[in-house]
Ligand binder design. Structure first.
Ligand code: G6D
Length: 350
């Protein structure tokens, strides 16, 4: 295992350090202590040629305005909360309304945009980049003094990255976290993700309303072929389908899927042309599939013109706005209870 560290900027009077971890097979992950952002993942194709498989920038400055959350840790709450309000016990809380009047992804000063403490733990078998952050009571409106730890774990003998989260609060609060990397297995963004093949062990997805909030309705994929990924499906059809749910998501997917418990790997993504394959295992009950419907725009990503569908997110997490839907898995973290979550991304070739 090889670990390199480089100071790439300053923020809030703190150094921003870029960590690059490489195993003996060449698999390499780069990340930084600003937002625990993953900036690059180098993965071999079927011929062993390394290529970057995540959307990201080359400089820290480009991340200071990161409206698409490229590579970022998301929290205290991943996803939307209606009007930014929720009730715990007798208390009504108001958190940031940063997305058309709703709360999204922890608010402007969410986990993606703060500087984390960081350190390297390394031996011959594995390397860990450990990030920690203390979120004071009422930060972005969320109750409780919250201590968070996030560990990026890379093994020397396999091309996999495990992200392990833990947290504890001194007051009952909400906690629902994820990583917001956009995957594109073609390598160096040669193609969009529209012809990637996605397989998900999910029998139901959450219907969204026009504000992209869950209505509470669980839709069976048995009756909705475009959302049935159980036997593999490409993304392309959703961009032109006359389907109210893909249309309101901006002609693609931006939907939470409930993962069938005990069926791992929960998710597989493959790019036949390069031969790269990603398997995702997770402890989380759901995944938000976001197909980058709106990432295009007049900017470039590592020299490639940004375009819609250039990457897709597999945001393993609890369901959005769960506090309003008792039949959803809960994101309530009781005082002094330990929050734990883990997602593993394993790369192989086919
Ligand atoms: C849009 O609705 C989508 C979110 O799911 C995504 O996380 C964000 O863009 C980056 O708001």
């Amino acid at each position: 295992m090889e670990v390199r560290e480089q100071v790439v900027g300053r923020k809030d009077n703190e150094d921003i350090t870029l960590y690059t971890v490489k195993n003996d097979q060449g698999f390499q992950v780069s990340c930084m202590n600003y937002g625990c952002i993953i900036t690059e993942m180098l993965v071999p194709d079927r011929d062993g040629k390394l290529g970057n498989v995540v959307l990201g920038f080359d400089t820290f400055d480009e991340y200071e305005n990161n409206p698409h959350y490229f590579g970022a840790m998301v929290g205290r709450f991943a996803g939307r909360i209606k009007e930014g309000t929720f009730t715990i016990g007798e208390t009504v809380y108001q958190v940031a309304q940063n997305s058309n009047g709703q709360h999204l992804h922890g608010g402007p000063k969410g986990f993606h945009s703060v500087v984390w403490n960081s350190k390297v733990i390394k031996n011959e078998e594995e390397a860990i980049i450990e990030f920690t952050y203390f979120s004071p009571d009422s930060e972005e409106g969320f109750p409780g003094n919250l201590s968070m730890a996030v560990r990026y774990i890379l093994k020397n003998d396999s091309n996999q990255l495990t992200i392990s989260y833990s947290g504890k609060s001194d007051k009952t609060t909400l906690l629902n976290v994820t990583n917001h990397s956009y995957f594109n297995l073609s390598g160096n963004f040669k193609r969009t993700i529209l012809d990637h093949e996605l397989t998900m062990n999910s029998d139901q997805y959450l219907e969204l309303d026009k504000a992209l909030l869950p209505t509470g309705t669980l839709v069976s994929v048995d009756e909705d072929e475009l959302f049935d990924f159980r036997n593999g499906r490409s993304i392309r059809a959703a961009t032109t389908a006359e389907h109210p749910q893909t249309e309101l998501a901006g002609n693609g997917y931006d939907h939470p899927f409930l993962l069938n418990s005990g069926e791992q790997p929960a998710i597989e993504l493959a790019d036949r042309e390069s031969g790269r394959k990603l398997r995702v295992e997770t402890t989380e009950p759901a995944v938000v599939l976001y197909t980058g419907n709106g990432v295009g725009g007049p900017y470039s990503i590592k020299g490639t013109e940004a375009q819609d569908y250039l990457g897709l997110c597999l945001e393993t997490q609890g369901p959005p706005d769960s506090v309003r839907h008792p039949h959803f898995s809960s994101a309530v973290l009781n005082a002094d209870e330990e929050f734990k979550s883990e997602t593993t991304y394993s790369f192989s070739s086919m």
